[in-house]
Design a protein around this ligand. Structure first.
Ligand SMILES: Cc1cc2nc3c(=O)[nH]c(=O)nc-3n(C[C@H](O)[C@H](O)[C@H](O)COP(=O)(O)O)c2cc1C
Length: 317
């Protein structure tokens, strides 16, 4: 257990996290495994792998490629399925540090609703996250081109949740006014998580074939960091007077200063994904860096720095 010198606690949709660091979905196995390798207190939350009603094997190899600037993956939402998750993983969803966020995915609204109904009854999942932005399955982004479809899907999932706040995981959006993010909020999202991986491709020039079995995949890591900062600042700027729902900002965080950038842009908490594959204990260094930064900024706690970038207003779009 590490003890923190500055107040790094944050609140996401009424749930207090002792640290602003969130292990991103897909980067921590099913979730509880991460507790074996990081000191308690570094992560405020751990997101489970996205769970679908049925067990999925995902795409065949190759499905992960290391790049100079990050990672390209087309895992394809491989996961044990809802029944197995409830039997084998749910009993391990307790810790004296991080809370768990249950990530949900599906082919249809009915799929999301079925997982949401099950997760809502699990005391070890005080927050749930609807992954509506996976670029690696045929239906992973079915709601992200149409604000009406997004709003209706979020509203349907929300209506199943009697006690658990809903986070919606969004893709990189560049359209002026962020209509998809706004639709998620209108549908009832209590908080937003973004960005997911960005559609991308790599080609082996000798064989002249795509390097991923799925042809294309999702880019993550440092290559996408500044895109995430821009979107967090833009979405935050869409809301006046502090009415922005909490944002878990992520994309390419490898240093404490990357996390601090996302906080200043408007994030309440910061996700760590790709960097965890290389070094799960990186979280210790990031938390220590954030502690020093909060002290140097002369504020009582990290949450005072959310959206505190000093600039001309960011144009939302
Ligand atoms: C191998 C891999 C698997 C992922 N699986 C999921 C997933 O199951 N659900 C989800 O919402 N996001 C998933 N993501 C996306 C991450 O949670 C995160 O949004 C993205 O990688 C950007 O953050 P990063 O640059 O810190 O990795 C995955 C990413 C990677 C690299």
């Amino acid at each position: 257990m590490i003890s923190l010198m500055s107040d790094l606690s944050v609140t996401i949709a009424g749930v207090e996290l002792g640290s602003p660091l969130v292990a991103a979905a897909g980067a921590a196995g099913c979730g509880p495994e991460l507790l074996d390798v990081v000191p308690s207190g570094t992560f405020g939350a751990i997101t489970t792998k996205s769970i679908t009603p049925e067990c999925r094997d995902g795409h065949p190899p190759w499905r992960l490629i290391e790049l100079p600037t990050g990672m390209l993956n087309a895992v394809g939402l491989a996961n044990p399925g809802l029944d197995s998750f409830m039997t084998d993983v749910v009993p391990h969803l307790h810790s004296n540090g991080p809370v768990f966020i249950g990530s949900m995915a599906g082919h249809s609204i009915d799929d999301y609703v079925a997982v949401a109904r099950a997760f809502d009854s699990v005391p070890g999942l005080p927050l749930v996250e609807a992954n509506m932005s996976c670029p690696n399955t045929g239906t992973g982004r079915q709601f992200t081109d149409d604000p009406i479809a997004m709003r209706e899907a979020v509203a349907a999932i929300k209506s199943e949740l009697k006690q658990t706040p809903l986070l919606v995981k969004l893709p990189l959006e560049m359209a002026p006014g962020y209509p998809i993010a706004m639709a998620a909020v209108e549908g009832g999202a209590d908080a937003l998580t973004f960005i997911n991986t960005v559609p991308a491709m790599s080609i082996d020039v000798d064989t002249r074939r795509p390097r991923l079995s799925n042809t294309a995949g999702g880019l993550s890591g440092p290559a996408v960091h500044q895109l995430a900062v821009r979107m967090v600042a833009g979405v935050h700027a869409c809301f006046d007077g502090g009415s922005c729902p909490p944002i878990i900002g992520l994309g390419g965080v490898t240093r404490w200063s990357d996390a601090a950038e996302l906080i200043l842009a408007g994030a309440s908490a910061v996700g760590l994904g790709t960097a965890l594959f290389a070094d799960p204990r990186l979280s210790v260094r990031i938390v220590r860096g954030l502690e020093r930064w909060v002290r140097k900024q002369g504020v009582a706690g990290l949450s005072e720095l959310t959206g505190a970038v000093q600039s001309e207003p960011v144009i939302p779009g």
